[in-house]
Design a protein around this ligand. Sequence first.
Ligand SMILES: O=C(O)CCC(=O)C(=O)O
Ligand SMILES: [Fe+2]
Length: 309
Amino acid sequence: MSELRKVPKLSLKEYQNPETQAEFAHQLYSGLSEYGFVVISDHGIGQEVFNQAYELSQKLFDLPLEAKSQYETGSGQRGYISFGKESAAGNPYPDLKEYWHVGPELAEDSDYKTEYPDNVWPKEVEQFQPFFTKLYSDLNSVAETLFLALAEAMDLDRNFFTQMISEGNSIQRLIHYPALTGLEVGNSIRAAAHADINLMTLLIGATDSGLELLDRDGNWLPVENQEGDLVIDTGDMMARLTNNQLPATIHRVVNPKDGSKPRYSIPFFVHPRNSVTLECIEQFKSNGSNDAPITAGEFLDQRLRENGF
Ligand SMILES: O=C(O)CCC(=O)C(=O)O
Ligand SMILES: [Fe+2]
């Protein structure tokens, strides 16, 4: 029988201390390489901020469908995406969720101002825009620190990853999985098994359990975190850069036994700028098994089409 495995938990404080910095970087790399997931505590964003994020998210999803539908842009990249729209690649049954996307707020003179779609904001929910603009920027700062550590662990230029995500196309996603009705079609689950598309995801600990990852032995392992933690995973773009040394681990959100409660979660998907070329890092290249270089923008478009957009 395989030993009981558990996603490793690391304190970001260790990275701020020069004595433990290198060890933190090493553990971050090995945790992601082994599980594709790590849990991070002491990242500097307070629990009260997460509580407010969930309060505002609940207010948004409590709005009548007609109000939310005004903000459904069709691209799937900003604003509201209604229940039943997204299905994981290759899965005929849609996920049991509705969600909302917030993208970057760029400077007026940024080259990407016209390339990325503008954010849309729900005027019905007071404080939504300033709050999520700030949270986006705070999560991006945590991501930058984690990327400095990863670059260090891989002996790369310190800014190897941070320069890729400067003016990046990262997305903050607010998700609402409603209470189950018992009339769900087929084998629909809250979020079907999938890998994330991007470099790295920072997930604010959800309001309920249900998240599971598929480990290297083919077992589903529950991802457990405490209040205030961030759950980190690496996506397909990172897998391409590292020739799967940092894999895009398959994960899902299962339906609970007692489906009477809704579940809310808030992942922050860290993306490079669209123009960045995703090419396997030299040290990970091996004969014949490297993916062809592709820009982050093209790769994202391909994957969104597979997900029904
Ligand atoms: O809701 C969760 O806990 C995970 C959501 C997720 O994996 C995703 O949206 O990609
Ligand atoms: Fe995911």
